[in-house]
Ligand binder design. Sequence first.
Ligand code: CP
Length: 311
Amino acid sequence: MAFKNRDLLSIRDFSKAEILHIMDVASEMDRSLKAKDRKYSRALEGSVLASLFFEPSTRTRLSFEAAMNYLGGRVIGFSEPSHTSIVKGESFEDTIRVVDGYCDIFVMRHPQNFSAMRAAELAVKPVVNGGDGTNEHPTQTLFDLYTIMKNFRSMENLKVGFLGDLKYGRTVHSLSFALALFHPVFYFISPKSLALPAQYMDGLVKAGVECHEEEDLMKVGDRLDILYVTRIQKERFINPKDYQAVKGVYQIDRSFLSHAKDSLRIMHPLPRVDEINPQLDRAPQSIYFQQAHNALPVRMAVLALILGAVE
Ligand code: CP
């Protein structure tokens, strides 16, 4: 397995064995963080992460930056492209080429699909995709998997419902392909206008995954081991009327639990708006804040593996 200097652009570039190895390294980072033994606190000393966020973020940016800090590295970058020379007309390409000379690794979020791949073509240093448009969010997937592994012990043979915006939801696109390696059954629950695009559905079916599509959560809720809820992403709609037609279409509250297995776990990549009532936050089924916190050890593992601090 070779992780050193590797780009992390799509979850589909990683084998099951590689994903499981990242989980093992993340477990070790997690153990070290909880033990406060500082075993890795100088692992990336002298290394610099360029954190380039062309689109808003809380979790991805701050957990990557925290991960680099916990590993003893330094961070440069921006969270607001309007504070860069892009406003003077500098191109994306020139920005990447220039920053390539200032860092050892990039994490980048950008509103355009395949922008991380474009950056990786231009940069000598490895690029980690922190979310590219509606395409993919592979490191979100890695800590989604880590959270599943911690809660279910195994990622095999789970019945997973994906709820909400499956058309524009990059977290669903990446996670469904990764979980496809672990013999799942999928229930894609959305309004017709936000259904999983054919390119993803075809790929999953070709990979042998049993996939079902449904509009009504109540029809399949009792079968699920995991309900992966997503936000209807207002910012992705070109026509505001199309957003208004689906706004608030799924709003889960405590009453849903009486339709579900006791062992159900509810996940969400966050941020949420109105799709999970806060009254559910303290339910044992709700693991979305634990999921968000797992970003730290998993992103530490990603940085340490790519920069060659661990194997
Ligand atoms: N889940 C996620 O990517 O959150 P942010 O947009 O806040 O980074």
